[in-house]
Ligand binder design. Sequence first.
Ligand SMILES: N[C@H](CCC[C@H](N)C(=O)O)C(=O)O
Length: 229
Amino acid sequence: MNFWKYHVNGNDFLLVHQKSNISEKQGILLCDRHKGIGADGILIVRVHKFEVYYRHVNADGSHAAMCGNGIRCVGHWFMSRHKLDRCTVHIDERAYSLRMSGGNFVTLISDIPEILGRNRYNSGVVHLISSRYQARTDANVDVVEYRDPLHFHIRTIELGVGPTLSCGTGTMAAFYHGYRHGYLHRIAIGASPGGDNLLRWGNNQIYMSAIVHPVFHGTWMETENDSFR
Ligand SMILES: N[C@H](CCC[C@H](N)C(=O)O)C(=O)O
């Protein structure tokens, strides 16, 4: 099975075609950093009538309705193959616009997060902005420090993965939370342990940009005893 390895600020993924038809068990094995290739999740893509559709599977095999870093990897994969500077990627009945410049600087354009509670947002998946480093089963947790009106730091403990080096949907939720409460300007740098995102607020949408890294393309050596590796 062919796969592509990508990362955005260290949040890393394996991109495979839907026709690879991997099982949940194989997906967990592929993401295993010792017995498999190693990744935070799997991007299962299909192209239909020049439109890109993708399903996001976390490292523990659970499904996610959105991934801000994963969708930018899918966009990069499609735009770079077809020499495009823009495309739309569909995930879970929603369509997101993406732009690419300079060969790997990819911008996700997203509606503003839905406010679910005082520190709780839906930026494609549910996020809780917290001052306490904690893992939860009902939300991704973002520990955020607003340094000044142009900079914030974020560390995320993700559902289905655990602590990651970067989280796109978390960064958007933290940016919106900071903007709403007057901690941030309409443009800011969101720094995560794995690297930075540039975020901008315009016509009621969030533009989140970062460099997408295609790391390598490979072949998974399937064997009949995959599930026993
Ligand atoms: N693990 C998350 C989805 C991936 C989010 C993150 N990797 C991002 O870049 O947005 C969840 O199950 O809600």
